[in-house]
Ligand binder design. Structure first.
Ligand code: PCA
Length: 202
């Protein structure tokens, strides 16, 4: 069976009645690269329901990597390739169920910081070649994007399953570059996995 690389975006929240991260992942849905098929999933901006949807997706077809994405506060800043997620929940906008978290942790006793495992250097190089402004970021915030990234890094996916988070600017004029960013992240991750498998059998 062809393995799946799961791409997640988020639904609406706060003033964002439409969330462009959803369009960026949907544009990749059903495409494939190096024998991996990309599957898009839109998560609700609510932690329990978002993680339930992720669990359900992970329980389906085998998942070789998870690339989560969402929008951040700037309309037109660079694509932010997130390096790490923090064990922190501090919302400035309620989630879609109206819940507001203040100075909470995602999981008591769990590490403060967890690192992602996507091939960020390769993704960044490709985006630079394509003229897409991007930066490595050490702060994924303290809302749902960071929380989903933390949950994925903490979830204990099989060894060698890359997971990570890409934060996108939300303005309409940024959307062509957002599509390129998801395309690059998905394909570079597929290529890295394919190369690792060749090495492992060599
Ligand atoms: N951005 C929010 C959550 C959903 C989204 O697209 C964040 O940065 O946490």
């Amino acid at each position: 069976m062809q393995e799946t690389i799961l791409l997640t975006g988020f639904g609406p929240f706060g003033e964002h009645t439409h969330n462009p991260s959803q369009d960026a992942v949907q544009a990749m849905d059903g495409r494939s690269c190096e024998g991996f098929r990309f599957k898009a999933l839109t998560l609700p901006v609510q932690l329990e329901r978002a993680t339930e949807a992720l669990e359900e997706a992970l329980a389906g077809a085998p998942v070789a990597a998870v690339i989560a994405c969402g929008i951040y506060g700037d309309a037109s800043g660079p694509v932010r390739l997130e390096l790490a997620a923090r064990n922190r929940l501090h919302y400035s906008v309620p989630d879609v169920d109206g819940k507001l978290c203040r100075d909470e942790v995602i999981e008591a006793g769990a590490p403060e910081l967890l690192y992602g495992t996507l091939p960020l250097a390769g993704i960044k190089q490709r985006l630079e070649r394509e003229g897409v402004a991007c930066t490595l970021s050490e702060d994924a915030g303290s809302y749902l994007c960071n929380a989903v990234f933390y949950w994925l890094a903490r979830r204990g996916l099989p060894e060698g399953t890359p997971v990570g988070f890409v934060h996108l600017p939300h303005g309409a004029e940024a959307q062509p570059d957002n599509l390129k960013a998801l395309h690059a992240a998905a394909e570079e991750t597929a290529r890295r996995l394919a190369a690792q498998r060749v090495e492992a059998t060599a």
